[in-house]
Design a protein around this ligand. Structure first.
Ligand SMILES: NC(=O)c1ccc[n+]([C@@H]2O[C@H](COP(=O)([O-])OP(=O)(O)OC[C@H]3O[C@@H](n4cnc5c(N)ncnc54)[C@H](O)[C@@H]3O)[C@@H](O)[C@H]2O)c1
Ligand SMILES: [Zn+2]
Length: 359
């Protein structure tokens, strides 16, 4: 069994049921609650069921980002109250990033904070959302606007959950793995280059393990995102804008897919401003093209966007929380494995080049 220790908690890589049982046997608690959505209820609960104590209580919410809000939190708090939760209760968040972020937030605020365990069931939640202690929900259309930093009791990672995960969701999480390699680890990048499709990955645990290590290294140096942690946003300045734009098209992009194309463009920006060598840029862009190819409808939408909607994309980027004095903040690569935060661009300068960066 492998572990990664962060400041006050551990990320454990092992069979989920066994680990949960071990963990619960070490904790003193009054009752156990499990938060699920309809998909994790159907596909994931069976993998942990045997570890749950007899009177475990369940809270089910609807899946999807549209439910990651204060209304759903109220339902969760209400259900905790009605089912008799007290300050010694423990909440197990069994699901993707939505369940982890929102369940963690509800636990951290219920009765001023009860303990919670993250059991991520998507690749994105395993390599990204469940590590770093950021919790929260969306508010009035703005992502993760209300939340806090709080550590879980533990994070339990079992790649077996990935067997039922739909392919697009797997691909979306894979983009964050690619990001971790590009910003911090040329060895991981070389390994990823060997896969011509995600289906070829046999040993997910190795890849997830290294990916979590990278996130941990960055987060521990800058827990509250004052500086270095922003390199984890590589690909996200342009990626978030693409995600927002495509949300209103007939074929939206998942978060990781949008981030992949954000990395495509921000790698080109890195070539222009940080001398990322041309052959390296070509290698990165070819990899993204291969793994994150757009559907015919998305290609059409991207073409339309480049021709007509660059100003709209810029206005999405102007809403980014990382911006300072209206300048748009981007993290850029100098070489594979080395990324620096806080390169600032005016809206006008980006507007002039964004179309080229995306082609
Ligand atoms: N806290 C952080 O640092 C951080 C970092 C990155 C992302 N996030 C957040 O994570 C969220 C996205 O997470 P996500 O991509 O995991 O999305 P998600 O939680 O919506 O899960 C994606 C879909 O997969 C289903 N699912 C989950 N596990 C499954 C399984 N094993 N088998 C079958 N279906 C399964 C879910 O029900 C859902 O429909 C966003 O809200 C984002 O803001 C947080
Ligand atoms: Zn992301």
């Amino acid at each position: 069994m492998r572990k990664i220790s962060l400041h006050n908690y551990t990320v454990i890589f092992a069979a989920a049921a066994e680990q949960l049982q071990n963990l619960l046997s070490e904790l003193d608690y009054s009752s156990v609650f499990v938060l699920v959505d309809e998909n994790t209820l159907m596909h994931c609960l069976t993998l942990v069921e045997e570890a749950l104590p007899e009177h475990t209580k369940f809270i089910q919410i609807e899946s999807g980002e549209t439910h990651k809000n204060l209304q759903t939190c109220e339902l969760i708090w209400q259900s905790l109250l009605e089912q008799g939760a007290d300050r010694q209760s423990i909440l197990i968040n069994l699901g993707g990033g939505v369940i982890g972020d929102m369940g963690g937030f509800c636990a951290a605020t219920f009765m001023r904070g009860i303990r919670f365990v993250q059991v991520p069931t998507t690749l994105l939640a395993m390599v990204d959302a469940s590590v770093g202690s950021k919790l929260g929900v969306d508010f009035r259309g703005a992502k993760n606007m209300v939340g806090l930093f709080q550590n879980p009791e533990a994070v339990i990672i079992d790649p077996l959950f990935l067997e039922t995960l739909p392919q697009p969701e797997l691909r979306s999480g894979f983009a964050e793995v690619v990001k971790h390699a590009l910003i911090k680890d040329v060895v991981l990048w070389k390994k990823l280059l060997q896969f011509s499709s995600i289906q070829e990955v046999e040993n997910w645990e190795d890849i997830i393990f290294r990916s979590v290590q990278i996130k941990q290294e960055v987060v521990e140096q800058d827990p509250k995102e004052n500086g270095l942690r922003k390199i984890l946003n590589f690909g996200h300045t342009i990626g978030h804008a693409l995600e927002s734009h495509f949300l209103h098209t007939s074929d939206p992009l998942l978060h990781g897919e949008a981030v992949a194309w954000g990395m495509y463009a921000e790698a080109a920006l890195s070539h222009q401003h940080k001398n990322l060598p041309a052959p390296v840029l070509k290698e990165i862009q070819a990899y993204i093209y291969l793994h994150f190819g757009l559907s015919a409808r998305q290609q059409f939408a991207m073409h339309e966007l480049i021709s007509n909607s660059i100003p709209e994309l810029i206005s999405w980027m102007q809403k980014d929380k990382k911006n300072v004095q209206q300048k748009i903040s981007v993290s850029l690569l100098e070489r594979i494995g080395y990324c620096t935060p806080d390169h600032f661009f005016s809206a006008d300068s980006l507007e002039a080049t964004l179309g080229d960066l995306l082609t």
